[in-house]
Design a protein around this ligand. Structure first.
Ligand code: SF4
Ligand code: SF4
Length: 382
């Protein structure tokens, strides 16, 4: 069955424009009533990696969220905006603009806390998940990802954004279980998305993040909104818009190989054509090449080699003393306690033997002081 993915051009965060483009997209997907019935409660799952100013392109833009709230309110009895940031306070932060939007538009801000459950019998690896209670309880989930590069998964879009429904210590625990096996982590994300599938996905690609994403990259003015009922289909289309290989995204690769048996998702594009919105010069994660035939770095391909051999070729994060403010957020989130802050030298020290290359520290560093680099030998070997 073909999955419709709607692409709409939108250059700025002007609410009437965003609202109009999303309304047009909804019409092409079957109308709002298909996704939200009268009187239902709706949870908007934004991407708030950590509280950050909207212009830095770390979070789903608050004006984008405002536009969706206005549309959904026509049918919903209650609209919630929720996430569980890697650090920082979601409901209390003034930086993000979400508080203002919620107050002005009559929505409720929800920091994911109490645990609910989600399960699937179509699991690749993980059958059951503990998830946020608010997500489990809502009648409808609308996924509002930010288009960004991602140090661990290559890009973060619909599927990766739903990892935020895992609360608190649950997130590091999944990273620890996967260790350096990126494919295992991607399988978990695919299972989670299958267990708790959003009703609709609307990606904020008006200004994306390129380079050292998902927390430390630069804005890219990609100018698109991409939406669809099937998040896997949307995730297959977006890399093509920014000139990257969709199969280079780990979750896409797992879905294609292990769920679709090798076939590409069956997608029908509506709205704009990919060629008409194509963004040139989008920077992937540093140290990662991207060509149509570039291969995944599974993190376990060289598992039988000696550790030093493996470390000579796999990407690793480095800590830039010049940019580091010593906030220690990275130290707190590391699931294997591989990091310490050296008071005398005023820098982060990493025990790379302990480190499982989950790149959570790089994700959440608010100063762009952690970057992923590929060693020279790794670059040569591709
Ligand atoms: S590397 Fe980043 S997160 Fe870690 S202490 Fe420095 S500024 Fe904070
Ligand atoms: S040091 Fe960073 S990449 Fe390594 S395990 Fe800790 S959080 Fe993950």
């Amino acid at each position: 069955m073909k999955n419709t993915v709607v692409i709409k051009k939108c250059k700025e965060y002007k609410v009437p424009d965003i609202q109009a483009r999303i309304e047009e997209g909804l019409e092409l997907l079957g109308g709002l009533d298909k996704f939200v019935k009268k009187g239902e409660s709706v949870l908007l799952k934004v991407n708030c990696l950590f509280p950050s100013e909207p212009e830095k392109a770390v979070i789903t833009h608050p004006e984008f969220v405002r536009a969706v709230v206005r549309i959904v309110k026509r049918n919903a009895s209650k609209v919630m905006i929720g996430d569980s940031p890697g650090f920082g306070n979601f409901t209390g932060s003034k930086k993000t603009g979400y508080r203002e939007v919620a107050m002005q538009e009559g929505a409720e801000l929800v920091e994911f806390k109490e645990e609910g459950e989600a399960g699937s019998n179509r699991a690749l690896v993980y059958r059951n998940f503990k998830i946020a209670g608010a997500v489990a309880a809502a009648d409808r989930i609308i996924n509002l990802p930010k288009l960004k590069t991602h140090g661990l998964m290559y890009m973060t879009m619909c599927v990766k954004n739903m990892f935020g429904i895992i609360v608190g210590a649950g997130k590091p625990a999944y990273h620890m279980r996967a260790g350096r096996d990126k494919m295992l982590f991607a399988r978990m994300l695919v299972d989670l998305f299958t267990a708790k599938t959003p009703d609709l996905n609307i990606v904020d690609g008006i200004v994306a993040m390129q380079g050292n994403g998902p927390g430390g990259g630069e804005p890219a003015y990609t100018g698109v909104i991409v939406m669809g009922e099937d998040g896997f289909a949307v995730d297959h289309v977006i890399p093509q818009i920014v000139g990257l290989n969709p199969d280079r995204v780990y979750t896409n690769a797992v879905y294609r190989r292990e769920v679709l048996g090798g076939a590409a998702p069956d997608v029908e594009i509506a709205g704009e054509n990919i060629a008409d919105v194509a963004y040139k010069g989008f920077k992937p994660v540093p140290g990662e090449k991207d060509t149509p035939d570039s291969k995944l770095n599974t993190g376990v391909t060289f598992g039988t080699l000696y550790r030093f051999g493996r470390d000579l070729i796999t990407p690793k994060q480095v800590y830039l003393k010049k940019l580091c403010t010593g906030c220690r957020s990275c130290v707190k989130v590391c699931p294997v306690s591989a990091l310490v802050y050296d008071e005398k030298k005023k820098r982060i020290i990493c025990d790379y033997n302990k480190c499982i290359r989950c790149f959570i520290c790089q994700e959440i560093c608010p100063e762009k002081a952690i970057v992923i680099k590929k060693p020279l030998l790794g670059k040569i070997l591709g």
